[in-house]
Design a protein around this ligand. Structure first.
Ligand code: NI
Length: 259
C-alpha cells in the first residue's frame, strides 16, 4: 500500500469527479490520503471529507501565501480546530518568497505560531518552502532551541528537492522529506539533488492538483499518481516497488500516527 501524504483534493478541481478520484487511488494501491489545509475554510471542508471517507485525514493550518491577508482571528480559528482529535497534523505552513516578498516578517511570525501550536498539541508539522529554505531552517532551529520539548517539533519538508546540505540540515532537525511529482521530471535534477536522503526519511506525496508527475505533466494531478513517484524512486534507487511502498508507508504511519 501507498500513502499520499499531501493532496489538496478539497479544491474545486475535484468537485465533478471526486468519487472516481478516490476509486482510482484505491485501484493504484493508495489506501490513505492526507489533506493539507490552505485556509480556515479548507480545514472545515477536509473534516467533512474525512468524516465521510475513512481513507482521508485532515490537517489545520494557513498556507504561507494566505498569510498576507490572514488575521489573528484566522489563526485563532486554526488553533481551535487543530485540537480536534481528527486533525492529524499542522499544515501546510512554512515560507514562500517566490510570489511576494512584501510580508516576509508576517510569514515568519505566523510560521512561529504554527510551530508552537504543533509542539503544544504534539502533532507533526507540514512545511512548504519556496525560495526560503535557510530562513525556514533557521526559524525551526531557533524554536527547537527555545523549546522545553524540542522533540515535539517534528514533521516533513514537503516537495523536497535537496540539495545535500539542505538534506543534512533537515536530518539534523529530525524531519522527514516529502518526495513528489518533481522527482519524475525529465532533467528536473531532483533524483541527483536528493541522492543523500535515506529511505527511512522519505514519505511520498502528489501535491494534487499541482506538480503532476511524468508522463501526465500538464494535466491535473491526483492521488493515484503517487504510484508513479514510488515507481521512479524504486527505479532510481534500485529497489523494488514493494520495498519503496513498505518503507515510505511505514514512515508516514509513524510520523502522522495513522491507523
Ligand atoms: Ni501543498
Amino acid at each position: 500500500m501507498l500513502v499520499d501524504t499531501h493532496a489538496h483534493i478539497f479544491l474545486e478541481q475535484f468537485e465533478s469527479d471526486f468519487d472516481q478520484v478516490l476509486e482510482r487511488a484505491n485501484g493504484a494501491g493508495v489506501s490513505q490520503i492526507l489533506l493539507p489545509a490552505i485556509d480556515v475554510a479548507s480545514v472545515h471542508r477536509s473534516l467533512e471529507l474525512a468524516d465521510r471517507h475513512p481513507a482521508l485525514f485532515a490537517m489545520a493550518g494557513l498556507h504561507p501565501s494566505e498569510v498576507k491577508k490572514a488575521t489573528d482571528e484566522d489563526f485563532e480559528a486554526i488553533a481551535k480546530l487543530a485540537s480536534d482529535e481528527r486533525i492529524i497534523a499542522i499544515g501546510e505552513t512554512g515560507l514562500d518568497y517566490y510570489w511576494d516578498q512584501s510580508f516576509n516578517e508576517k510569514q515568519h511570525d505566523f510560521l512561529r505560531r504554527h510551530i508552537r501550536l504543533a509542539s503544544e498539541l504534539n502533532k507533526p508539522l507540514v512545511f512548504h518552502d519556496r525560495e526560503a529554505t535557510w530562513d525556514l531552517i533557521r526559524i525551526v532551529r531557533e524554536e527547537k532551541e527555545a523549546s522545553s520539548k524540542p522533540e515535539q517539533i517534528r514533521g516533513v519538508f514537503h516537495c523536497f528537492g535537496g540539495p545535500a546540505d539542505v538534506t543534512e540540515a533537515v536530518m539534523d532537525l529530525d524531519f522527514y522529506m516529502g518526495i513528489g511529482g518533481t522527482y519524475t521530471f525529465k532533467n528536473g535534477g531532483v533524483p541527483d539533488a536528493t541522492a543523500t536522503v535515506p529511505i527511512d526519511r522519505i514519505i511520498l506525496e502528489t501535491d494534487s492538483p499541482f506538480l503532476t508527475p511524468a508522463p501526465h505533466r500538464g494535466k491535473r494531478n491526483e492521488p493515484s499518481y503517487v504510484r508513479l513517484v514510488a515507481e521512479k524512486l524504486a527505479e532510481i534507487r534500485g529497489l523494488s516497488l514493494e520495498e519503496v511502498a513498505n518503507a515510505t508507508t511505514e514512515n508516514a504511519k509513524k510520523l502522522f500516527d495513522l491507523p
